[in-house]
Design a binder for this molecule. Structure first.
Ligand SMILES: Cc1ncc(COP(=O)(O)O)c(C=O)c1O
Length: 266
């Protein structure tokens, strides 16, 4: 079986090849814009199920927001169109919504709207929602029953998850609306970066992720090391590319400190 996803997607890049190792599937990578592909891209990459040479296309997975796209948000109308293609060709439709609430607070749609178009939705309780651990899979009874079995077989079963669930419920009750705060802070960071002489480009900031490229000649690892020495954590995201993320532990005073440090770091 084959999974369609973007070349920037987390499930392809950061799960240790789990699609192949755990599920025995091949992957068809799409080249979307900042990790976001279109219904047309999907339609053009579905294999003919009658041709025995080709893997059977079975699943489309979108990532919203897209981490490697710089926290980019899908246009909901496009997501609906992709859903229509999936239905037409009998494909399952999954959204990797690790950061779905970051998209939801910036757009008119509600969680229910997403529920209507996807077969399965995953969300992270960690990341922006602030739990130390935890992710959820949402779907119909039949799919969740199957997922529970697969989780057990993969060794991911956890019988003592109640305390973690309590933290998750707290986060869902209290930490969604405040995501907008993280987004404001990310925009402020981007504004400062755009005016620094050693920064080449900053990807558009739509949520809590700031991705930027250092100018040629600036040593990326040296830059990251100097930041770390000042207790500022950022990660490499490409040869000259760096990612910063805002979250509920980042206070305005910290931003002020960051801006002062950035002015003198190179
Ligand atoms: C887009 C995306 N999907 C899924 C995950 C998996 O998260 P977890 O293993 O914490 O459930 C992550 C974590 O970094 C992510 O960024």
């Amino acid at each position: 079986d084959e999974v369609i996803c973007d070349r920037q997607s987390h499930i392809y890049n950061y799960e240790g090849g789990g699609i192949a190792f755990n599920s025995g599937c091949s992957v068809r990578l799409l080249h979307g814009e900042r990790g976001l592909f279109t219904a047309e891209d999907v339609a053009q990459n579905i294999n003919n199920p009658e041709d025995v040479h080709l893997p059977l296309t079975r699943l489309v997975s979108v990532e919203n927001t897209c981490n490697r796209g710089g926290g980019s948000i899908y246009d909901f109308e496009e997501l609906k169109k992709i859903g229509e293609v999936c239905r037409k060709y009998g494909l399952k439709y999954h959204i990797d919504g690790a950061r779905l609430f970051n998209a939801i607070v910036e757009t008119p749609q509600t969680p229910r709207d997403y529920g209507k178009i996807f077969d399965t939705i995953s969300i992270c309780l960690s990341k922006g929602l602030g739990c130390p651990v935890g992710s959820l899979l949402i779907g119909n009874k039949q799919d969740i029953k199957k997922a529970r079995r697969v989780r057990k077989v993969f060794g991911g079963g956890m019988r003592q998850a109640g305390y973690l669930a309590a933290a998750g419920i707290y986060a869902l009750d209290h930490h969604i609306d405040r995501l907008k705060e993280d987004h404001r802070k990310a925009r402020e960071i981007a504004k400062v970066l755009e005016n620094l002489p050693f920064v080449k480009t900053v990807l558009p900031v739509e949520t809590n992720i700031v991705v930027f490229d250092l100018k040629d000649g600036i040593e990326r690892d040296e830059f990251l090391k100097k930041l770390k020495q000042k207790n500022i954590l950022a990660i490499a995201f490409g040869p000259q590319r760096v990612r910063m993320v805002t979250h509920l532990d980042i206070k305005d005073e910290m931003l002020e400190k960051l801006f002062q440090i950035l002015q003198k770091i190179v």
